[in-house]
Structure formats: structure tokens, C-alpha cells
Design a protein around this ligand. Structure first.
Ligand code: PMT
Length: 403
């Protein structure tokens, strides 16, 4: 028999709390194990006994009411949950949660849980639109919490607008969809596969105090490495100089110049199953590297540059069993230039990004990418966090590995 999924329903104090009883009941009837936390204000609208009867479980209302001496209940329930659904979520609860306040059973549990959180706000339309509430919601969204948008209509307070708790059916559908997505995700894996990701910029030295570089922060490449690790891969990150922390469990090879990255990437290549070349490698490097600081003399200084070796091209030329993914950072003709790189460098997929677009490319936390595979398929994506873009790239890689 399949183990029951555990949903922790957290109910805060708004008039919509009455709808939470239907949610609890329907979740229970759908086969979930359901436990409920009620805040003090929620109990002004609905009683613990209602939820206890509907879920056949003890309801939690007070952090300090420890009914079982062998456990600390807010930690136990935080660890127990596969998913937390906060419905309805008041402006007050959202504010406390966004600011890490832990002064009751609900907020202490939410701070302690590692489970994913779905949150369904319900409040007056003006409260919902207030910048303070918006900012708090953005903070929670940045933790990966997913919002179930309130509906528009006549609100209990008499105003008409957005703020009405999503209907119980919508809330239950969101819970089903969450577990379905998790199921699909867990069938995808890179376990047993070796993945090499290159990231960050390179530095091309001119003299002991000067170098050429570019704007790459490493965020995109590090996000790919972290996502591959999460999917179970044995990940090596070959990184140019960045200020980022390497995610745990990832092997790291630090390099500075394009030449060092070339040597490192080629030496590790044979053993890799997947290589994703996200680094922004210098295309040119100074012909002369001065051993002492070049002194200021003339009004102009002409520096001669020579081409670096193209790492991706070298990997493409030597490709055997590997899946090879390159990037294309462009400011015009993105698709055409990306397709050209795909073909010329013998890639399995190229990820194009227009680095002149706001929120895309260098330095930002988001990226707008287009994935083009050698089978001719073209997949443009909307602007996504680099973490989500990384996941999309790896899903394509896993899809190619299946064939
Ligand atoms: O690091 P972030 O701030 O998060 O920014 C992300 C990014 C913009 C750096 C990333 O999304 C990206 O586009 N990386 C590739 C940058 C680049 O060098 O693009 P390119 O079009 O110039 O090069 C094409 C491909 O050839 C790239 O895969 C590059 O790694 C590779 N290359 C280039 C030159 C060279 N000498 N050797 C290479 O392997």
C-alpha cells in the first residue's frame, strides 16, 4: 500500500477560516493524512474540535501545550509534514512569517519545517494591495513558497476586489498538483552520472596589476551545478573567479585564465557523461604579459591580443559518449547565432541568452533562455530564476539521455 502523504493545514484568523474545515475534510477524504494548526485568532472563527472531528487527529493551538513529553511538538509536526498548506493566510501571518517571527505554534512550526509551503492569502483588497504585504509576499516567494492567489469578488468586509480565499476545490487541486509534480520529479534522476559544469568569467593577465575579464558572476553555472547535484549527479564545477559559495557536495576546480580552464576541462572530459559549458571564457588574451607593472608613459597604450583556444570547440571535436551543452551569449540575432554555435561546435544542445535584455544574462538572478537541440527542436522559455532555468536545462539533458 502507498504511504499516505502528510499535509499540515495551518489556519490563521480570518473569516475565510470556515472554508478551511471543508479543505481539511476533503483532503482527509482524498487519502491524505492531515494535521491542523489553528492560531489563537483562527479559534475566534472556528474551533479545534471541528478539525479534530474531520481529520481524526489532535489539533495544535499552543506551542507550550506539550501533550507528549517524548517530543517537542512544533518540531515534531514540522518534521512530520510533507507539505504545509496555509489557508487562509492573513496579512498578519504573512508579515510574521516573512520576518522570521516565531511567537506561536504556527510560526514556530513554519520556521522549523523543511517541507514545501503552499500559501493562500485572504484579506481585504486594500490590505492585499498594500506595499508592505506585497513585499512580505515577495520575501516568502523568494524562499520558494508558492502562492495560491485569492479570488476577486465581494469580500466579507463589503469591498469588491481581490482578496477572497481561493475556493476549497482550488486549494485541494493545488495540493494534488504539488504531489503529482513531486512524483514526476522523483522519477527524473542523474544518479550515477558524472556532470561537469564550467562557470564564471576568466581573467587574462596583462601585468601583475591588470587583467581583462567580463561581467559573469557565476550564478547561472553554479545554479546548474547545484541542480545537477540535487538530481543525484556526481558534479565537478570548473569555475573562474567568483564571489559565490560552492554548493555542498560538489567537487570544485578553481581556475583563472582561459588557458587554465581549457586544460582543466579537457583533462576531466573523458570521464564525464554530461558537460555544460556555461563559463564566459575570454575570446582573446594579451600577446605579451608584462612581468612588472606597465608604467604610465604615453597618452595611448595599444595592446595586442590573440585568440584563446575555444574550449567548447575542442570538447565538441573530441566528443565520444558525452552529452555536450554550450551556451550562447548574444546581443542580437540570438537564435541564428546560437544555431550556428550548436552546429559548428558539435553540441547536443545550445542554451541561448540575450545578455542585453533586462533580467537576462550577466549578474542577474534571473535569465531568459532559449534551448535549441541538435534534433532541431527550439524551446524558448519565459524569464525564470537561474535555479528554475537550470532545472529546465537539466530536464532536457535527461530527456536526451533516455534516447
Ligand atoms: O555568470 P552569470 O552572471 O550568471 O551570467 C550567465 C552567463 C551570461 C555568463 C551565461 O548564461 C552564458 O551565456 N554563458 C556563456 C558566455 C559566453 O562566453 O558565450 P559565447 O557565446 O561567447 O560562447 C559560446 C560558448 O563557447 C560558451 O558555452 C562558452 O563557454 C564557450 N567558449 C567560448 C570561448 C572560448 N574560448 N571557449 C569556450 O568554451
Amino acid at each position: 500500500m502507498m504511504e499516505k502523504k502528510k499535509v499540515l493545514l495551518a489556519v490563521t484568523g480570518g473569516i475565510a477560516a470556515y472554508k478551511a474545515a471543508t479543505v481539511a475534510s476533503k483532503l482527509y477524504q482524498s487519502g491524505y493524512e492531515v494535521k491542523v494548526i489553528l492560531t489563537e485568532s483562527a479559534q475566534k472563527f472556528i474551533t479545534p474540535l471541528t478539525f479534530q472531528t474531520l481529520t481524526r487527529q489532535v489539533v495544535f493551538t499552543d506551542t507550550f501545550e506539550e501533550k507528549d513529553p517524548s517530543v517537542v511538538s512544533h518540531i515534531e509536526i514540522a518534521d512530520w509534514a510533507d507539505l504545509v498548506l496555509i489557508a487562509p493566510a492573513t496579512a498578519n501571518a504573512i508579515g510574521k512569517l516573512a520576518n522570521g517571527i516565531a511567537d506561536d505554534m504556527l510560526t514556530t512550526t513554519l520556521l522549523a519545517t523543511k517541507a514545501d509551503v503552499l500559501i493562500a492569502p485572504a484579506m481585504n483588497v486594500n490590505m492585499f494591495n498594500h506595499p508592505a504585504v506585497k513585499k512580505n509576499m515577495e520575501t516568502l516567494a523568494s524562499y520558494g513558497w508558492r502562492f495560491i492567489e485569492p479570488n476577486e469578488g465581494l469580500l466579507a468586509c463589503g469591498w469588491i476586489g481581490k482578496g477572497r480565499l481561493a475556493e476549497p476545490e482550488e486549494l485541494i487541486d493545488s495540493v494534488h498538483a504539488y504531489f503529482q509534480e513531486k512524483n514526476e520529479e522523483s522519477s527524473l534522476t542523474l544518479s550515477g552520472k558524472k556532470v561537469m559544469v564550467t562557470a564564471g568569467p576568466t581573467r587574462e593577465e596583462l601585468d601583475p596589476v591588470r587583467y581583462f575579464t567580463n561581467h559573469s558572476s557565476g550564478k547561472m553555472g553554479y545554479a546548474i551545478a547545484a541542480a545537477a547535484k540535487k538530481l543525484g549527479a556526481d558534479v565537478t564545477l570548473v569555475t573562474g573567479p567568483t564571489s559565490l559559495e560552492v554548493p555542498s557536495g560538489i567537487k570544485v576546480e578553481r581556475v583563472t585564465s582561459a588557458k587554465e580552464m581549457f586544460d582543466q576541462a579537457l583533462s576531466l572530459y573523458a570521464e564525464q557523461d554530461v558537460v555544460i559549458k556555461c563559463a564566459a571564457v575570454a575570446d582573446y588574451t594579451p600577446v605579451t604579459v608584462h612581468s612588472n607593472k606597465f608604467k604610465k608613459k604615453n597618452d595611448t597604450w595599444t595592446i595586442e591580443l590573440k585568440k584563446t583556444d575555444d574550449i567548447l570547440q575542442a570538447l565538441g571535436d573530441r566528443k565520444e559518449h558525452q552529452i555536450l551543452v554550450g551556451f550562447a551569449a548574444e546581443t542580437e540575432n540570438l537564435e541564428d547565432y546560437a544555431k550556428d554555435k550548436l552546429k559548428r561546435k558539435n553540441l547536443d544542445m545550445v542554451v541561448g541568452n540575450d545578455v542585453s535584455k533586462e533580467g537576462s544574462g550577466f549578474g542577474s538572478d534571473t535569465n531568459e533562455i532559449i534551448m535549441i537541440k541538435k534534433d532541431g527542436s527550439v524551446c524558448p522559455l519565459p524569464i525564470l530564476s537561474k535555479e528554475k532555468a537550470a532545472r529546465e536545462i537539466l530536464e532536457e539533458v535527461m530527456d536526451m539521455m533516455k534516447r
